[in-house]
Design a protein around this ligand. Structure first.
Ligand code: NDP
Ligand code: 8X3
Length: 250
């Protein structure tokens, strides 16, 4: 039977690439994000491969999140796979200089937004005793790097929530896991540095991971047999050894 996946943050980067990868394999899609035009463009591109429904909401808004998921038409209501991917870093500042608005954004989107989306979807998974939740964490969820403070905290929280979900949803046979990438060349740094030119230098001098690399791994994870749950994956580009050790060649 055709599976249905809901992907948050599907308008760019890892989420968009995952939508393309899943569509290629015939998984029906619910694509979420704030930029409606992008959702419509991706929907148009993928509809020839699979059924696609779009949901336009901000994961920071708990009512909008709940309403959007409740609004799903009957043929999209049964969500088999949830990819909690929406998120970003905002700023890269020492803790004494960080902006409260940046901190709010990271905690509200990366942590609370992930919880709001999960809260709206988990009951139908527990009711059916099946489902698969993948949270996109980060290498920043496994180690803290200079000036990463709150972003790293938000991704450490994603890992703690993932482990908690796996324990609490274990009686229902629901798979829960995290995929934790290192440096992936997406719009991530444009958002982190608010469009500043410094964003263009982040992926220079080495071959960073591409969104498609992570999308292929996500598809591998969701396509394992029912008794196999990949609980936690750390993925670096070959040039990266940890958050601060990157072999660059200019
Ligand atoms: P992008 O900036 O390309 O994508 C981020 C996605 O999140 C967009 O689709 C954006 O959609 C969505 N999003 C952001 N804020 C909100 C919001 N408030 N409500 C709803 N959707 C939102 O970055 P990536 O693809 O790189 O990031 C995806 C995930 O991967 C994030 O969780 C990030 O932390 C994680 N990650 C990224 C790494 C990297 O190096 N790039 C490495 C490790 C982890 P829209 O703006 O349309 O709402
Ligand atoms: C994104 C990777 O190293 O920029 O989570 O924090 S990093």
């Amino acid at each position: 039977m055709t599976k249905i996946a809901l992907i948050t943050g599907a308008t760019s980067g890892i989420g968009e690439a995952t939508a393309y990868e899943f569509a290629k394999h015939g998984i029906d899609l619910i694509l979420c994000g704030r930029r409606l035009e992008r959702l419509q463009t991706i929907q148009k591109a993928l509809e020839r491969l699979t059924d696609v429904h779009i949901l336009n909401f901000d994961v920071r808004d708990k009512k909008a999140t709940k309403d959007a998921i409740e609004s799903l038409p009957e043929n999209f209501k049964k969500i088999d796979i949830l990819i909690n991917n929406a998120g970003n870093a905002h700023g890269l500042d020492p803790i004494d200089c960080g902006s409260l608005d940046d901190w709010d954004a990271m905690m509200d989107i990366n942590v609370k937004g992930l919880l709001y989306v999960s809260k709206a979807i988990i009951p139908q998974m527990t009711e059916r005793n099946s489902g698969h939740i993948i949270n996109i964490g980060s290498s920043a969820g496994k180690e803290v790097y200079p000036k990463g403070n709150v972003y790293c905290a938000s991704k450490h929280a994603v890992l703690a929530i993932t482990e908690g979900m796996r324990i609490d949803l274990n009686p229902y046979g629901i798979k829960v896991g995290a995929i934790n990438p290192g440096l992936v060349e997406t719009e991530f740094s444009q958002v982190r540095f608010k469009g500043d030119a410094i964003a263009n230098s982040v992926y220079k001098g080495f071959k960073a991971l591409q969104a498609k690399d992570i999308a292929e791994i996500i598809y591998f994870v969701v396509s394992r047999p029912p008794h196999v749950n990949i609980a936690d994956l750390l993925v670096f580009p070959t040039a990266q050894a940890n958050s601060v050790t990157v072999k660059k060649e200019f």
